[in-house]
Design a binder for this molecule. Structure first.
Ligand code: NDP
Length: 434
């Protein structure tokens, strides 16, 4: 009875994996081309491709130039050195399915501050002009697309040949292993954590660096920065600052604690984040919309509020787990479920599930302010074109899918206790609707 369904869903996973592998690279290049050379108009790019076909795509695809490789290498090496060398508190990650406890050095905020101060100083003192980065953006993305594929291949081989811990394994299928990854916590040596590098120090850091780059490019082109660009950049930078402030908390989330290091997460962080996540700012460089003080402030404050609520949701869950439920949630003792589960080794363990505060509003309420924050740093682009909103659309699909994946995982981990949580908090993401 079960088999045809299993075969069918394996086939669906397989085909979606293949289509994502082949469609993502051209999409990144087309997005850059449309933003920078086609006025942000999808229609204009579509007409161009209709006329010129595959040869047209080849013609606009920038070659990864030596300068692009040099910029990426300088940035990557700089971030790797900061990750290894800056001091930071010793932090333990959550216990893995195989009972390992990864240890990290929490120096993300220091690395973030050093990166931005260095980048701005290089510009200020005339040593390096960030405009060079913007002017070679297509070549940089092209290099990232290629380089990251090779990097994911390295992860695949490392998973087979030299896994860093027992949290590793193969599904027996090359495509699935390459896509979902082999290792949960791959490291080079004992201290260089690859996922911290790809997700945080390369991906999230490049987002901040590019947001600043777009601002500087507009300033150098027009002699001023428009209020729309300012609102966009400030909101993005506040969001990224929050991320690095809370980086050790991120190491307890699904990306690090559950998702293995493969194309899905690493290529996403190395290519998708610097291109798609930064795209509203990329659009604004050539579209200096003037919002006026009132509207600009309204958007800014709304965005800040969403970022704060998203942070507070994550904080509540982590504070609750850290104190073993002995904390106050919205001024009261938290309501909770003591959920037991069996590890892969057959041991019985317990986790606490918070059922009050934000986690009593819906089971993944934190995704709502996350999506709204992205909307608020995009809306300064106004509504002339759809493409700046692509990130908001992508994020909505990603997070709704993630909520389902997490629900399924928790249901199989906690069984009847997860059912109790679902009975108490019936909505998955949007209270009263979904
Ligand atoms: P979460 O922080 O939502 O963690 C989910 C895990 O928390 C579950 O797997 C479960 O793990 C535990 N959990 C679930 N329900 C409860 C509960 N009621 N009480 C206590 N613990 C619970 O994971 P995410 O990684 O999805 O989100 C982290 C942050 O990252 C969010 O702010 C999110 O918005 C953001 N994010 C941003 C993305 C982007 O691209 N911009 C993408 C993804 C996330 P366990 O097994 O330990 O019980």
């Amino acid at each position: 009875m079960g088999e045809p369904k299993t075969v069918h869903s394996a086939l669906v996973t397989y085909t979606s994996v293949i289509s994502l592998l082949t469609l993502c690279p051209p999409f990144v290049i087309l997005l850059w081309y449309t933003m920078v050379h086609a006025d942000g108009s999808v229609l204009q790019t579509f007409e161009y491709l209709k006329q010129h076909g595959l040869q047209g795509l080849k013609d606009i695809w920038p070659a990864p130039s030596p300068i692009a490789w040099k910029l990426i290498a300088c940035f990557g090496v700089f971030e790797a050195i900061l990750q290894l060398a800056l001091p930071g508190k010793r932090v333990e990650g959550p216990i893995s399915p195989n009972g390992n406890i990864p240890v990290y050095k929490a120096n993300g905020l220091q690395a973030y501050a050093v990166t931005l101060v260095t980048y701005l100083s290089l510009w200020w003192f005339g040593i390096f002009n960030p405009v060079i980065v913007y002017d070679h953006l297509g070549e940089i993305y092209s290099a990232l697309v290629m380089g990251s594929l090779v990097f994911c291949l390295f992860l695949y081989l490392k998973g087979h040949v030299a896994p860093s811990s027992s949290d590793s394994g193969s599904s027996g299928n090359f495509i699935i292993d390459f896509y979902w990854g082999m290792e949960l916590y791959p490291r080079i040596g004992k201290h260089f954590d690859i996922k911290v590098f790809t997700n945080c120090r390369f991906g999230m850091m490049s987002w901040a660096v590019l947001a600043v780059t777009y601002c500087i490019k507009q300033y150098e082109m027009n002699g001023r920065v428009s209020d729309s660009m300012l609102v966009n950049t400030v909101l993005m930078l506040v969001y990224i600052t929050k991320f690095f402030w809370w980086e050790a908390g991120y190491w307890c989330t699904m990306d690090i604690a559950h998702d293995r290091a493969g194309f899905y997460i690493c290529w996403g962080c190395l290519v998708w984040v610097p291109s798609i996540y930064t795209s509203p700012g990329m659009y604004l460089v050539n579209h200096p919309v003037n919002l006026g003080t009132q509207l600009a402030l309204f958007i800014l404050v709304s965005g800040l509020l969403c970022i704060y609520i998203n942070y507070d949701c994550d904080r509540q869950r982590q504070e609750f787990r850290r104190t073993n439920g002995k904390c106050l949630i919205w001024g009261k003792a938290p309501s909770k479920i003591v959920a037991s589960y069996r590890t892969e080794k057959g041991e019985t363990k317990t986790s606490l599930l918070l059922t009050s505060g934000w986690w009593g509003v819906s089971r993944h309420f934190h995704y709502v302010p996350e999506i709204l924050a992205a909307f608020f740093w995009t809306v300064p682009a106004l509504f002339n074109h759809f493409l700046p909103y692509f990130y908001v659309l992508f994020l909505t699909i990603l997070l709704f899918d993630r909520a389902k994946r997490d629900d399924d995982r928790c249901a199989s981990k906690y069984g009847k206790y997860w059912k109790m949580y679902c009975n108490k908090v019936p909505y998955r993401v949007i209270p009263g609707i979904h």
